[in-house]
Design a protein around this ligand. Structure first.
Ligand SMILES: [Zn+2]
Length: 321
């Protein structure tokens, strides 16, 4: 370790400081307290491989260095990971890889903040996990995406009723931009139509600038909001479908970059469910009266709204398309 003058460059630590602060009792096999194992001798029952040093297995810091050197070469562009891996894991990867290659290991390191639940790190061992499956059972996937992109990736992500509620609100607001022109809209004056297209291009530029700034997704989302505002006020002012075409295309492009799906069926999906159940009940009644025309009308109307009705021998059920 004494021979690696660069050790600590990623985490900004100094070797002397680490030595003084080493909490763990120093293993006598180490020449330096910060030395780490590249290869571990096999303990009985452990999977092991032959090596010049006897049966054993790689130390865990070796993983990325070995895979990268084998599959990607001596240097990579981006290395990501949670910010709890900066030290010692990534620092050790740098030390061992750069000692071999003499070249910087990764051009960019991207470390994300931890997901916290009521200010505690969410982890299996703490028993405070909300699994993605559980989450998706209750919320559209876009709510989760929005919770993540609403804060910068380097910051801790807090999972709480507040952040959840705000993501749901953001989703409703975004969906509002997709609404079509009002029926019988007379269209905007030429100048207003031009201004609307300009604000779409301006939103696109601000979005790009924010994303170019270390993936500032919160800033990018703010640019999308400006566009939502412009689209919605133009619609209220009588914008026609043709007027809305370009700004809505830009809106679709930008939200697509953020990975949002913005499906119509997500529009307050859970709010709609009791009403869909009620419609199905009414449909059961008209079917009992053999009013097939009405039954089909309800089914087709629901389909147009993204609700699929399935008729079985024990009655009907429905699902989001
Ligand atoms: Zn790695």
């Amino acid at each position: 370790m004494d021979r690696d003058a660069d050790y600590g460059k990623l985490s900004g630590r100094k070797l002397e400081g680490m030595e003084a602060g080493a909490r763990i009792q120093v293993d006598e096999r180490k020449e330096h307290p910060m030395d780490f194992a590249l290869w571990k001798a096999a303990k009985p029952g452990e999977p092991a491989w032959e090596s010049p040093w006897g049966m054993g297995r790689p130390g865990w810091h070796i993983e990325c260095s070995a895979m990268n050197l084998h599959h990607l070469g001596e240097q990579i562009d981006i290395h990501g990971g949670g910010n709890d891996l900066i030290f010692p894991h990534h620092e050790n990867e740098i030390a061992q890889t750069e000692a071999i290659t003499g070249k910087p290991f990764a051009r960019y390191w991207m470390h994300n903040g931890m997901l916290t639940l009521k200010n505690e790190k969410m982890s299996k061992s703490l028993g405070n996990m909300v699994t993605i499956r559980e989450f998706l059972g209750e919320h559209p996937a876009d709510v989760m995406r929005l919770m993540v992109i609403q804060s910068a990736y380097r910051n801790p992500l807090v999972y709480s009723e507040d952040t959840l509620g705000s993501a749901e609100q953001v989703l409703r607001r975004l969906l509002s931009a997709k609404k079509p022109a009002q029926s019988g809209a007379s269209g905007l004056q030429a100048q207003a139509a031009l201004a609307l297209n300009e604000s779409a291009q301006k939103a696109r530029e601000s979005f790009k600038a924010a994303m170019d700034d270390d993936f500032n997704t919160a800033g990018a989302l703010a640019a999308v909001f400006e566009l939502v505002k412009a689209i919605n006020s133009a619609r209220a002012d009588g914008a026609s479908a043709a007027n809305l075409e370009e700004p809505q295309a830009v809106f679709a492009e930008l939200t697509g970059v953020l990975g949002l799906q913005l499906l119509e069926s997500q529009r307050s999906q859970s709010d709609a469910e009791p009403f869909i159940d009620l419609l199905l009940e009414l449909r059961q009644d008209v079917r009992a009266e053999k009013n097939w025309a009405m039954s089909d009308k309800i089914r087709d109307g629901l389909k147009a709204l993204g609700v699929l009705v399935k008729d079985g021998k024990d009655g009907s059920s429905w699902d989001w398309e």
